[in-house]
Ligand binder design. Structure first.
Ligand code: FE2
Length: 373
């Protein structure tokens, strides 16, 4: 008699997933979406927008991402939430007003394509499309799946009379220029510097970047934080013909491309490698503890913006003790990686610019032009 096969149990739906499905707009699943600017959306009457949810593998229970399109000249009805939210502008131009019902000033700021802004918790906000003939398409990101697992009542999030949040004063700098902060403490960003602010203009051209030495490819980055919030994001920039080191960490990071052309590989340790080709407005998510690696096969610098999960989901850092488990150095990588990259470069009519030495010297030092080496 054969032993009984263990039955694979289907996971129970989380409160956030039930709510998301109840809205009746498209839900995109899988590992990546090629072009957020052209995917089909559905009408969300309560919010007076066309919208869709992204529920990619690795986001479940950790982060929400939704695409929202405002018709030309229209505004989303005002709303407030007890959790903060990040908004990245895929296309269009507009205005956002924020205010506190307890008093203080009303603050309005303008945004444009590739801006990133933070909507602080408990503040009312209203988003306007400033163009009379073009829609505006936005990517919203927050931690609603975690919050709804604790309080599974949608009204608590979308119709909550609690009054909190900062009172906006005439002289505050809520949406002024972000500030650069040096941080050498433990848990500081890998590059020792972060920028804090509620509004980051045009990430397609942001050039105040610092060397991201750990991840190879001579790459630079900006790590972003948002005042009085646990949210975090970073954007990496790297040159054509190069690729970063494979690495892995926790779930829930939603990666969107502001500029460039290339591909990323995603794979579970020992598993098949999934290819995600990307260009501007592609989105993908590395699932929890899956290795992933980013390749620039285009002719211009590539930029990827990673909207990060709560700190408790970031996964283990690359400590010296387990570094080889978290990051794959070039000399240790599967031969497929280099071959695949060189083939893809050739298809685009150019060659890999990876220095031969980086495949032999684990301590190879990339040149950043800032230390004379
Ligand atoms: Fe990563």
């Amino acid at each position: 008699m054969k032993p009984a096969q263990p039955r694979k149990k289907k996971r129970r739906k989380m409160p956030y997933e039930k709510w998301m499905e109840s809205i009746g707009i498209p839900i995109y699943e899988g590992h990546h979406v090629a072009d957020l600017k052209s995917i089909d959306l559905g009408w969300w009457d309560d919010r007076q927008v066309h919208a869709a949810f992204l529920h990619l593998k690795g986001m479940e229970g950790v982060s929400e991402a939704r695409i929202v399109e405002l018709p030309p000249g229209k505004a989303i009805p005002p709303m407030k939430m007890p959790i903060g939210e990040l908004v990245y502008v895929l296309e269009g131009q507009g205005l956002t007003a924020v205010w506190n019902e307890r008093g203080g000033e009303r603050r309005t700021f303008e945004w444009d394509e590739k801006s990133l802004f933070h909507l602080p918790r408990h503040l009312h906000h209203q988003i306007y499309n400033a163009s009379g003939d073009r829609p505006a398409r936005l990517l919203h990101y927050n931690y609603l799946p975690v919050a709804m697992s604790v309080v599974p009542d949608p009204d608590f999030f979308f119709n909550n009379p609690y009054q909190g949040g900062p009172l906006l004063r005439d002289d505050d700098e809520l949406y002024s220029e972000p500030q650069e902060i040096r941080d050498d403490r433990e848990n500081a960003p890998a590059i020792g510097v972060y920028w804090i602010g509620n509004f980051f203009p045009d990430l397609g051209h942001w050039d105040r970047l610092n060397a991201f030495r750990d991840r190879g490819a001579g790459g630079t980055a900006i790590f972003m934080r948002f005042p009085d919030a646990e949210m975090g994001a970073h954007m990496s920039v790297f040159s054509p013909g190069l690729y970063k080191k494979g690495h892995r960490h926790g779930p829930g990071r939603v990666i969107v491309i502001p500029a460039g052309e290339g591909f990323s590989l995603l794979w579970k340790k020992g598993g098949e490698k999934i290819v995600c080709p990307w260009r501007e407005a592609t989105v993908f998510v590395p699932p929890e503890d899956w290795y992933h690696q980013h390749f620039n096969t285009g002719t211009t610098a590539a930029r990827y913006l990673a909207l990060g999960p709560l700190p408790q989901f970031r996964g283990k850092g690359e400590t010296l003790a387990d570094r080889a488990e978290r990051q794959i150095e070039y000399p240790d990588e599967d031969a497929y990686i280099r071959r695949k990259f060189e083939e893809e470069c050739e298809k685009n009519g150019h060659k890999s610019q990876m220095p031969h030495e980086c495949y032999e010297n684990r301590d190879y030092r990339w040149t950043y032009g800032d230390e004379g080496d």
